[in-house]
Design a protein around this ligand. Structure first.
Ligand code: ADP
Ligand code: MG
Length: 368
């Protein structure tokens, strides 16, 4: 663990637009990553909000890697810690959050880097697209000015005219007419606002885009358009993607690899097709079954929900935190937690049944 004990999450200016300090070199973050490592390496990340009896352990030892140019999806129900993980990546958490572990972006630990450097990395190393574009955009500024701000601050554009030209190019890249630069956020539809957020995220040529439920607030048709846009942009520009959703089907469609999160931990991780199509963890299977699949009428008839609610992080069940809801729990699951174990090459799950002769499916599926 780098940097010793827990760090608090907040910088006083959390969420603020970076200043010109710490202007990155071309490319934003140092190009030399540790040999063989991903662009983003998260190691044993733990985030706890508050202290004492009220402490909420929102992320409990997450290790993940996103390779250069690859796309990782993180799925899980509301409250499992997805947004906390996303915010931790750029140290955007409130000051009440304590973090331990490492978040290496091209080998450099975000959790210990100096404030000036962090501000540069927030734009040019990795940028975040949030779910609620209306809350992330400033209602009283024209969108063109909002997209131009980081360009000018980071000297990606040295004159207002150059910034305007770059803004026009960015708007066109995300499928908006350049003239929309003069619009205020309320003059745009939800889908158009999310396109603006994506243009802002692209402004300083980031190596990684973190998209936290980027389409959740949108209707299905617009959702598909935004997903295709994100896919096309990251593919064309070689940007890595970390996309978060409660919908495993959406992620499976867009990402190369999937990680399933439950109660602050990753309980399954592997190639998208394997995790979505043949999940090894009972929770991964429940998530796969929770949404109808395109072209599979049977899944539309009987999407199997999970009984019960996700656990309260401040009062987690003993043993495997999923055991109270697990359809195939064994007696020992209430007492013993499980580490991720390899089920197939590159596919791991944290279930006692993985790698044993005990079947991972119940013998008769309940029909409802
Ligand atoms: P998700 O994005 O998966 O819905 P979050 O990361 O938002 O989950 O939340 C994880 C847990 O942390 C939840 O129990 C939530 O109530 C709690 N939490 C989130 N933000 C804060 C905060 N600022 N202070 C205290 N608890 C928080
Ligand atoms: Mg969230």
């Amino acid at each position: 663990m780098t940097g010793g004990g827990p760090k608090t999450g907040g910088d006083p200016t959390t969420g603020a637009v970076p200043s010109a300090g710490g202007v990155p070199s071309a490319g934003g973050v140092p190009s030399a990553g540790a040999a063989g490592s991903g662009l983003l390496e998260i190691k044993d990340l733990r985030v706890t909000y508050g202290t004492g009896a009220d402490a909420v352990p929102a992320v409990r030892g997450v290790s993940l890697s996103v390779g250069s140019g690859s796309k990782l999806g993180i799925a899980g129900e509301s409250g499992c810690g997805k947004s906390t993980l996303a915010l931790a990546l750029l140290r955007l958490l409130p000051a009440t959050a304590r973090l331990t572990g490492e978040i290496l972006l091209d080998g450099e630990d975000v959790l210990t880097m100096r404030w000036g450097r962090l501000r540069a990395v927030r734009w040019a190393g990795a940028s975040i697209v949030f779910q609620g574009a209306m809350h992330s955009l400033n209602a009283v500024h024209r969108i063109g000015d909002q997209i131009a701000e980081p360009l000018l601050l980071h000297r990606r554009a040295t004159t207002p005219a150059a910034a305007r030209a770059r803004v026009a190019g960015l708007l066109e890249q995300v499928g908006l007419p350049a003239a929309r630069a003069d619009a205020y956020p309320h003059e745009l539809s939800g889908g158009q606002r999310q396109r603006v957020m994506i243009a802002m995220a692209l402004a300083c040529d980031p190596r990684l885009i973190v998209a936290d439920e980027p389409t959740t607030a949108l209707d299905v048709m617009i959702q598909a358009q935004i997903l295709r846009l994100i896919e096309r942009l990251v593919a064309d520009q070689g940007i890595s993607l970390l996309m978060i959703s409660h919908d495993l089907a959406v992620l499976a469609d867009t990402c190369d690899r999937l990680a399933v999160m439950y109660a602050g931990r990753i309980v399954e991780e592997g190639p998208a097709r394997a995790v979505y199509g043949a999940a090894e963890h009972p929770y991964g299977r429940a998530l796969s079954a929770a949404f109808p699949r395109i072209g599979d009428p049977a899944s539309r008839r009987a999407p199997r929900g999970l009984p019960g609610d996700p656990p309260d992080p401040s009062a987690l069940p003993s043993g495997c935190t999923f055991h109270p809801r697990c359809p195939v729990a064994l007696e020992g699951c209430a007492h013993e937690d499980q580490e991720l174990r390899e089920a197939a090459p590159g596919h791991r799950a944290a279930c006692v049944r993985v790698g044993t002769a005990v079947p991972t499916q119940p013998s008769a599926e309940p029909r409802s």
